[in-house]
Design a protein around this ligand. Structure first.
Ligand code: MG
Length: 160
């Protein structure tokens, strides 16, 4: 049976931090604030996968009070979610995600992001969707106070 999961995450944009999205460092005046590298895209996808297999969310698996995850590359979280799917005898069918960011332009970075995500999850890159949109200058995304990400995952869990 194919199970689906949804993930959503937001991180604030601040000065003096790197902007890392889907494992790609994007040159920009502002970066995302968080305990780890604050890769909002990888966090949303991690939660979508964990949700599909009915496990606790990323914030409980990797608490931001734990020094082990300070400035950690978020790929670690994604790999753990994939490992948990495997431990259940399952297989990620596909993932899809959308980023909402007013600036910088995300489109030129989408292909390397997809490649990173596919590699971390052991998926063919054609099973990984990532899109980006602005927020038409509305709300916190529009004011460039933060970046949001949404993701879905489909996971085949045989016999469940
Ligand atoms: Mg997060």
């Amino acid at each position: 049976m194919v199970h689906v999961g949804i993930g959503y995450d937001v991180h604030p944009l601040v000065e003096g931090r790197r902007l890392v999205l889907g494992g790609v460092e994007i040159p920009h005046a502002l970066g995302l604030l968080g305990h780890s590298d604050a890769d909002v895209l990888m966090h949303a996808i991690t939660d979508a996968i964990l949700g599909a297999i009915g496990e606790v969310d990323i914030g409980h698996l990797f608490p931001n009070t734990d020094p082990a995850w300070k400035d950690a590359p978020s790929r670690v979280f994604l790999e753990e979610a994939a490992r948990r799917v495997k431990a259940r005898g399952g297989r990620i069918v596909n993932i899809d995600a959308s980023l909402a960011a007013e600036r910088p332009k995300i489109f030129p970075h989408l292909e390397p992001m997809k490649r990173n995500l596919a590699e971390a999850l052991g998926l063919d890159v054609r099973k990984v969707g990532v899109k980006a949109t602005t927020n038409e200058r509305l709300g916190f995304v529009g004011r460039e106070e933060g970046i949001a990400a949404m993701a879905v995952a489909a996971v085949d869990l045989p016999g469940e």
